[in-house]
Design a protein around this ligand. Structure first.
Ligand code: M7G
Length: 307
C-alpha cells in the first residue's frame, strides 16, 4: 500500500463531482509519473461511542442561525481553528412526545387509504390535532419569524403563497437546495382536499416558482426543480416542497409513496377529474410510531392489495 507520505504527492487536477448530501467529493489528480488517479473522498459518520460526548465536549462553537417557535437551528465548529462550519444542527426545544416519535427510527408500512378510510379514520385524526402544533407555520405567515428569509411573496387570498428556505437547507449549497411554498389560505389540509377549484392556485404556484428560482439562483434551471407534496405530511396546512433534482436522497422524503409530484397532481385534476383526490385510493408509507398508524390499526384497517 501507498504510504501517507507517498499520497502527499497527489496533485489536484480538477473536481469531477461532489455530492453535498452524501458528503463526498470525487477528484481527478496525478500521482507519480503523471498517471491519472481518481480520489473519492467521503466524510465519515460520527461514531457510536462519540454521541455522548459529542455535544458536551467536542463541539467548540454553536453559531445561531435561525429560530422559529420551538425550532432553533445552528451552524457549528468542531474545532476552533476551522475556517467554516463543519456541521449544522436543528434543535427542537422543548420537544413533545410526537417529536420523539417522528425523529426515532421506526419500521414503516404501506397503507392503502380509500376515501372511506379517509372519512372514517384519517379526517377525524387530522381534525383532532391542536392548531398550536403548527405555531411555526403561523409565525411565518404572519411574519413573526423567519421574515427576513422570505424569498418570494405572492399576494392574494386564493392564490397567494410565501416561498422560503426549508430549515433542512444550509441556504448556500445549490445542489441541496430545499425551499417551501406555504399558501396563505388555511382551508386545504392536504392532497386529499385538492379539487378542480384549486387548479388556479396550483398552476400559479408552479409558474411563479419556475420563473423565480432560476432568476434568483442562476445555476438552477426550471427543469432541475422537483415540486412535490407529501402524503401524509407532518403538518396539515397546504405546502409544496421545492428541491434541486440532485437533492434526491433525503431519507424517505423524496421517495415514491411519500412524495407526489405537483405536475401529476395538476394533470390528474385537469385531465381526469376535478374530484380525483376525493375518489382515489392513496397508497403511502407510514411509520409504526405515528399516531395515525395506531388509529388505522385500532380501526382494523389492514393493508389490502385487492382494493
Ligand atoms: P412535511 O411534508 O409536513 O413533512 O414537511 P416532513 O416534516 O415529514 O418532511 C415539513 C417541512 O417543513 C420539512 O421539510 C421541514 O424541514 C420544514 N420545516 C419544519 N419546521 C418546523 C420548519 C421551520 O420552523 N422553518 C422552516 N423554514 N422549515 C421548517
Amino acid at each position: 500500500t501507498l504510504t501517507s507520505e507517498e499520497l502527499k504527492e497527489f496533485k489536484f487536477v480538477r473536481l469531477l463531482n461532489e455530492e453535498p448530501r452524501t458528503k463526498t467529493a470525487t477528484i481527478l489528480g496525478t500521482l507519480y509519473s503523471q498517471n491519472d488517479s481518481i480520489i473519492v473522498i467521503e466524510k465519515l459518520h460520527f461514531s457510536n461511542d462519540e454521541y455522548e460526548i459529542l455535544t458536551k465536549e467536542r463541539i467548540s462553537q454553536w453559531i445561531p442561525d435561525e429560530k422559529n417557535d420551538i425550532y432553533h437551528w445552528f451552524n457549528g465548529l468542531l474545532n476552533k481553528n476551522e475556517k467554516w462550519p463543519d456541521f449544522k444542527i436543528i434543535l427542537i426545544y422543548p420537544a413533545t412526545e410526537m417529536h420523539i416519535e417522528k425523529y426515532s427510527y421506526q419500521p414503516r408500512h404501506l397503507v392503502r387509504e380509500t376515501p372511506e378510510i379517509y372519512e372514517k379514520v384519517v379526517k377525524p385524526y387530522i381534525e383532532s390535532i391542536p392548531k398550536s402544533r403548527i405555531q411555526w407555520v403561523y409565525n411565518i405567515l404572519s411574519k413573526k419569524s423567519e421574515s427576513e428569509k422570505i424569498l418570494l411573496e405572492v399576494e392574494g387570498e386564493e392564490k397567494g403563497f410565501l416561498l422560503f428556505p426549508d430549515m433542512k437547507w444550509d441556504k448556500k449549497t445549490i445542489e441541496s437546495l430545499y425551499l417551501q411554498a406555504l399558501v396563505y389560505r388555511n382551508d386545504i389540509r392536504s392532497l386529499r382536499d385538492l379539487n378542480g377549484s384549486h387548479l388556479p392556485l396550483l398552476k400559479n404556484l408552479r409558474q411563479q416558482i419556475h420563473e423565480f428560482v432560476p432568476q434568483k439562483y442562476p445555476n438552477v434551471g426550471a427543469d432541475e426543480l422537483r415540486l412535490f407534496v407529501h402524503y401524509q405530511p407532518s403538518y396539515y396546512h397546504f405546502h409544496v416542497h421545492v428541491t434541486h433534482l440532485r437533492n434526491d436522497i433525503i431519507v424517505g422524503g423524496i421517495s415514491i409513496a411519500k412524495a407526489f409530484l405537483l405536475d401529476d397532481i395538476i394533470e390528474n385534476l385537469e385531465v381526469f377529474a376535478k374530484d380525483y383526490y376525493e375518489r382515489c385510493t392513496l397508497t403511502y408509507v407510514i411509520g409504526e410510531n405515528e399516531t395515525l398508524f395506531l388509529k388505522l390499526n385500532e380501526a382494523g384497517v389492514k393493508f389490502n392489495s385487492n382494493i
